[in-house]
Design a protein around this ligand. Structure first.
Ligand SMILES: [Zn+2]
Length: 336
């Protein structure tokens, strides 16, 4: 296997490879760009016009997705996978990956779309680097198709194991065919966002014009202990995307659950209390009338929505930040 296929090993060891470019026997070019960043270019005759950005490890302890990207890249470097797409592999937070932690100083996935300029330290610099790597990869050629999957595992358990967050941009409809592709990849639910965000996928979606998703794929565990996170469907869907094969003919959203954001619960003060168990799972349903949270000045958050569910509860966030999201079922009428 080509040495550059061992990007994960190089990254975990903090090694910069001496040879930055290698060619597989079938003419695919691997080019090392930066720590945790490698570009794959298929031979011109096979290039199908897809620019595919695959990232993982934006949070450093998300081992199952990191291992999945490692397998894909090794498959290419062993001449077993034959790309038709251009691909950029990114391991998001190498220093946190080496430490096996979620981040070093702060959450890297809250520093995109320029937010890093108001911050400093390791993660702020890395967010700036990742933006440049993604922007350079997609380049200025608007005739190509741009797709970004940012692979994550969640801190807490979830009633719905594998789901996607679909970013938002003013005047731009969410794509039904992209959701069909995700459904074929085993994604069971999608949260259609309705405001701008500062995550990596929100950056590539809104600033670079890519179709982009944050994929939550199960619960985070240590390296080698991921047998409970089943990525088989996603892995075969990614093989097909990389090689330019269609996955199935039956394009449908049957069985895929769509949600939209009803309200974000914002923590205003140190007296904020979130009235859910600490280990509550994402997508847990909450009945109308449920007292969800209380804060200073008799602020009360009471569930009014039918079919409401909670995701990403975190009462420990800084004041002024989001402590939970209330979501509701969406009929998909806004899809295009
Ligand atoms: Zn994550």
């Amino acid at each position: 296997m080509l040495a550059l296929g061992k990007l994960l090993e190089l990254t975990l060891a903090g090694h910069e490879p001496s040879a930055k470019i290698q060619l597989t026997p079938d003419g695919t070019r691997l080019r090392w760009l930066d720590e945790g960043a490698l570009e794959v270019t298929p031979p011109a005759a096979r290039d199908n016009g897809l620019d595919l950005l695959l990232s993982a490890g934006i949070h450093g302890n998300e081992t199952a997705p990191i291992e999945l990207l490692d397998r894909l890249l090794r498959g290419i470097a062993r001449n077993e996978l034959h790309p038709a797409a251009r691909i950029l592999f990114l391991f998001g937070n190498p220093e946190a990956m080496r430490r096996g932690e979620r981040y070093v100083e702060q959450d890297l996935n809250r520093l995109f779309s320029g937010r890093h300029e108001q911050s400093s330290g390791f993660e702020a610099i890395r967010a700036c680097d990742l933006e440049h790597l993604a922007a350079n990869f997609f380049g200025k050629d608007t005739g190509r198709t741009r797709l970004h999957y940012d692979l994550h595992t969640a801190i807490r358990g979830s009633k719905i194991e594998q789901f996607a967050l679909y970013p938002w941009q003013e005047g731009r409809a969410h794509s039904r065919s992209e959701l069909e592709r995700l459904r074929a990849a085993g994604i069971e639910a999608v949260l259609l966002q309705n405001k701008a965000s500062i995550t990596f996928s929100a950056y590539t979606y809104a600033q670079l014009g890519a179709e982009a998703f944050t994929l939550e794929l199960g619960k985070a565990r240590a390296f080698g202990q991921n047998e409970l996170v089943n990525l088989d469907l996603l892995e075969s869907a990614l093989h097909a995307l990389i090689e330019g094969r269609e996955v199935g003919e039956d394009s449908t959203l049957d069985g895929m659950q769509l949600f939209s954001v009803s309200r974000e619960v914002i923590k205003h003060s140190d007296s904020f209390q979130l009235h859910v168990p600490a280990d509550i799972e994402n997508f847990t349903e909450l009945e109308p009338g449920y007292l969800l949270a209380e804060d200073i000045a008799d602020t009360r958050w009471i569930v009014e929505e039918q079919g409401a569910r909670i995701i990403f509860p975190n009462p420990k966030v800084k004041n002024g930040l989001r402590a939970a999201i209330l979501i509701v079922p969406d009929d998909g009428a806004g899809l295009a």
